[in-house]
Design a protein around this ligand. Structure first.
Ligand code: ZN
Length: 696
């Protein structure tokens, strides 16, 4: 007898009629669905390979997009579930299928017949009459075929394919090691006296976590909402050191678990990237990475980062000097260590600005924050956001629809809380993109994922989740990505929403949205004290603003350090030594850092952005795009001088039309100029960061 999973019509991963059927999807559906979709896509491809005459958008690009979109959507669901509800069964099937996907995409990228057809499409006289978006899709495709090795000889093609497959497997293993090392660590404190300084709700969470394991005492883990408050608030220096060490050495040779050590994996990934670059005729992987980005050369990026470091250094030195002095005078810490920095900084902030993050947090209960966020979006972009029912992967996940004048334009899932089996951090990902098909418009759908603290139960009563101001900023950030994906008006999948946007411009909408978290009128509508219901008082707001750029010199240098480390790592032309990663990191720190982490710090072993994400030779994108986002926001500040609020529908409409709606259909620099009327300038970023006073 056949089981139901063998009937394609019963496999929920093959149902593309609307939203994913999360209630029905099981690990055993993955392999049959992926095999079916791969076979279907390959059939379309071999059909198209034969096509010689009457080549057109409709007869060639459209069917190819149809075939690959289904595969991407199904695999996107599997990848998402693997990231947010990791189970051994799901992980096994994910890993089993991933090589097939990599093999498929690599083969497609190297398909010489299809490459020739794209070039033929480009050479036709009809090319000029295609929309700008479609011309860009064809141009991007030709570029990507070259970058995928389509022009290589057969033996080199095969090696290129092997490299891709290996890299994908190594990246997955890198993430798994970080997740396993994070999940495995726990530290129980029995005596509450050792936890002095920690806020009540952190204690309560730690107590609940221990109870969940049928233990007494307080359980701390390496999940951000658990370990970070220890570093920030715990008076117990030894405890801070224990937690800091565990976090700073996880997934490394010092982590105590050789099976999760990422050292060899990093080395191997870098070697493979170097080889890939050489195959494609480039000197370094950094050069490959920049082909599709706004920035032109590794030298240009390094220069940008060095310039930023030079501007920030005097401020960073002053920040550090103050912190050391304060730690010595007020906390009796004469030899400030890495595990003292966050703690001392929080104490200095409390003293100087007379408030704590904990105090601020009481004003940001979840429902109020979400309502305040939606109000900003609705005012700026004249859309309406409403909850909608949908099946999801976890009971805590919520679902919403965005409408404009009664018409559905997009939907999103919101998964806010940290939990075991969920990858750390915050991100936006697409469920499907906007496109116009012969049955009408397919509206975009997004996943918005965060790792905030869940509501805490105190004496059996569930208190609403409250967010720190930093978390609120993170939420706005991810919604910026979400809006870019959801408000698009582009009709062609490959450049609609965030698709086809240069990587170093992707953070423009996200970092842009962060700015609203500092506006008085925005905060008035998004705060209510958990006990009194009062909105954020003006006095506390003024203190937050005064403290906004607290230690921004140090923070800027830290970002520059990560970015430069990433760039150098991928722009290195020497053969890889066994200690390349640490050597380059040390060099970069010598050049730009004023605060050097302890020798045992292995942050790079969990630097997933560059070893398991898409940020390799691209981490600089955050700072690069921040120049754009700060300058874009300055347009709202300028209008606020007349209108009294940055929530300007007029400027909002312009930003919507010139940046958000056009997605990847034209170069990001053109979009920026169309919005701002001029090229971007770094001035707004320096001003927003409070780094404009020095005459250097
Ligand atoms: Zn982002």
């Amino acid at each position: 007898m056949q089981t139901t999973t063998h009937h394609p019509e019963n496999n929920p991963l093959l149902d593309f009629s609307d939203l994913p059927r999360f209630e029905a999807i099981r690990p055993e559906h993955v392999t049959p669905a992926i095999d079916t979709l791969l076979a279907a896509a390959n059939a379309v491809i071999s059909d198209l390979e034969q096509k010689k005459n009457a080549l057109s958008w409709d007869s060639f690009v459209e069917p190819l997009e149809n075939a690959t979109e289904k595969l991407s959507r199904a695999w996107g669901i599997v990848g998402h579930l693997n990231a947010v509800v990791d189970t051994p069964e799901l992980r096994a099937t994910y890993n089993e299928n991933q090589p097939k996907l990599t093999e498929f995409w690599t083969a497609l990228g190297q398909n010489l017949a299809l490459f020739d057809q794209y070039k033929a499409l480009h050479a036709q006289t009809e090319f000029a009459s295609l929309s700008a978006a479609r011309q860009r899709i064809i141009n991007n495709a030709i570029r990507d075929f070259r970058l995928s090795g389509a022009e290589l000889s057969d033996d080199k093609k095969q090696r290129y394919a092997e490299i891709q497959e290996k890299q994908a497997a190594l990246s997955t293993k890198f993430s798994e090691n970080v997740l396993d090392a994070t999940n495995h660590f726990s530290y129980i404190v029995e005596d509450v006296a050792e936890l002095k300084g920690l806020p009540e709700e952190v204690l309560q969470s730690a107590k609940n976590a221990a109870e969940k394991d049928q233990k007494t005492g307080y359980k701390f883990t390496l999940h951000f909402p658990s370990y970070f408050p220890v570093l920030q608030y715990a008076d117990n220096r030894a405890l801070r050191e224990t937690i800091y060490r565990a976090n700073a050495t996880k997934a490394s040779e010092l982590g105590g678990h050789p099976e999760w050590d990422n050292s060899g994996i990093m080395q191997e990934i870098l070697q493979l990237r170097k080889e890939e670059a050489a195959l494609l005729g480039y000197q370094t992987f950094a050069e490959v990475s920049l082909v599709a980005k706004m920035a032109d050369t590794p030298q240009q990026v390094s220069q940008f980062l060095q310039d930023l470091a030079n501007r920030a250094r005097p401020f960073a030195e002053q920040d550090l000097q103050e912190l050391r002095q304060f730690a010595k005078d007020e906390l009796g810490i004469t030899d400030m260590q890495a595990w003292d920095v966050t703690y001392a900084a929080e104490k200095l902030r409390e003293q100087r600005y007379a408030f704590s993050e904990q105090e601020v947090k009481q004003y940001f209960p979840e429902h109020k924050v979400i309502a305040g966020l939606f109000r900003v979006i609705q005012t700026l972009f004249a859309v309406d956001i409403q909850p909608q029912s949908a099946t999801t992967w976890h009971p805590d996940v919520k679902f919403y629809r965005i409408e404009k004048e009664g018409e559905l334009i997009g939907q999103f899932y919101l998964d806010l809380y940290a939990r075991n089996g969920k990858r750390g951090g915050a991100w936006m990902d697409d469920v499907r993109g906007r496109r116009l098909t012969n049955t009408g418009v397919q509206t975009p759908v997004a996943y918005l994922t965060c790792n905030f603290n869940e509501p805490v139960s105190v004496d059996g009563v569930l208190k609403p989740a409250t967010f720190s101001h930093d978390e609120v900023i993170t939420l706005f950030h991810e919604f910026g990505h979400g809006l870019h994906h959801l408000l698009t008006k582009v009709n062609d999948l490959s450049v609609s929403g965030i698709s086809g946007v240069e990587w170093d411009a992707v953070e423009l909408p996200s970092q842009f949205m962060e700015n609203f978290c500092w506006e008085w009128d925005v905060l008035q509508h998004m705060t209510a004290h958990t006990d009194t219901g009062e909105p954020l008082p003006r006095a506390l707001y003024d203190k937050m603003i005064a403290a906004k750029n607290f230690q921004s010199g140090l923070q800027t240098l830290r970002q520059v350090e990560f970015s430069l480390f990433d760039m150098r790592l991928h722009d290195d032309i020497e053969p890889n030594s066994s200690n390349l990663v640490q050597t380059i990191l040390d060099q970069v720190r010598n050049e730009v850092a004023v605060l050097t982490p302890p020798e045992f710090n292995r942050f790079q072993h969990s630097f997933g952005h560059i070893f398991a994400g898409g940020y390799a030779a691209g981490y600089f994108s955050y700072k690069w795009a921040e120049v754009l986002s700060a300058d874009a926001y300055a347009a709202f500040e300028e209008s606020a001088q007349q209108e009294g609020s940055t929530l300007s529908r007029t400027i909002g409409a312009k930003f919507q039309a010139e940046v958000l709606e056009v997605g990847g259909s034209r170069p990001a620099l053109e979009s920026f100029k169309a919005f701002r009327g001029r090229a971007p300038s770094i001035d707004a970023l320096m001003r927003h960061s409070g780094m404009t006073l020095v005459a250097a």
